[in-house]
Design a binder for this molecule. Structure first.
Ligand SMILES: [Zn+2]
Ligand SMILES: [Zn+2]
Length: 191
């Protein structure tokens, strides 16, 4: 495994959250508009801690998505470091070892009663600390499909993941490549 189990899980959750943004999502619409969508996301990714189920909570989580997306789109390392440190600082992150759910001992840097958006943001920042420290930023990519901007986490052994999990980008690219080969074949054959 490239990263620790908990780190990998939070990177995947962060990518999933970013990919709910309009234009990045499969539907093209904002896929985090309702409390039900938030509940599903939280349950699926087994975030711990308190919930208020208020409009402010939903809005909070919606509003951190662009900052989280910037983790993938920031190109200069210095800028990325500044972004991650800024996230940790503004949420006054204080790392503590905790254990819950299926995970072994891992770090939380917020408390269970911190706002949900803060907890998600800080957890993402902590996971990115690992990514940067282990010099694996290259694994954090934007989907290679021409018409897709979704973010992805490549945890494959040979660093070969190019397409997101959002739409069907990998298959679409294969089909397009196949058609292109057929067309160029026909052109060669003088059809
Ligand atoms: Zn945890
Ligand atoms: Zn894609």
């Amino acid at each position: 495994m490239v990263f620790g189990y908990d780190v990998q899980a939070s990177l995947a959750a962060t990518a999933q959250l970013v990919n709910t943004l309009p234009l990045l999502s499969d539907s093209g619409d904002d896929e985090l508009k309702t409390m039900t969508q938030l509940d599903d996301f939280i349950r699926e990714n087994r975030y711990s801690g308190d919930r208020t189920h208020s409009a402010a909570e939903l809005e909070g989580v919606r509003s951190i998505r662009e900052s989280l997306r910037a983790l993938w789109t920031t190109e200069r390392t210095e800028d990325l470091i500044e972004l991650v440190n800024g996230m940790l600082k503004s949420s006054r992150a204080l790392p503590q070892l905790v254990r819950h759910g299926p995970w072994g001992w891992h770090l939380h840097a917020t408390t269970d009663d911190s706002p949900l958006a803060d907890r998600i943001l800080v957890e993402a920042a902590m996971a990115w600390v690992d990514v940067i420290r282990s010099d694996e930023v290259e694994r954090m990519r934007i989907c290679a499909a021409d018409d897709c901007e979704a973010v992805l986490v490549d945890v494959s052994r040979n660093r070969s993941k190019r397409y997101c999990d959002v739409g069907n980008c990998g298959n679409r690219a294969n089909v397009a490549a196949y058609r292109a080969r057929q067309v160029s074949g026909r052109l060669r054959d003088g059809e």
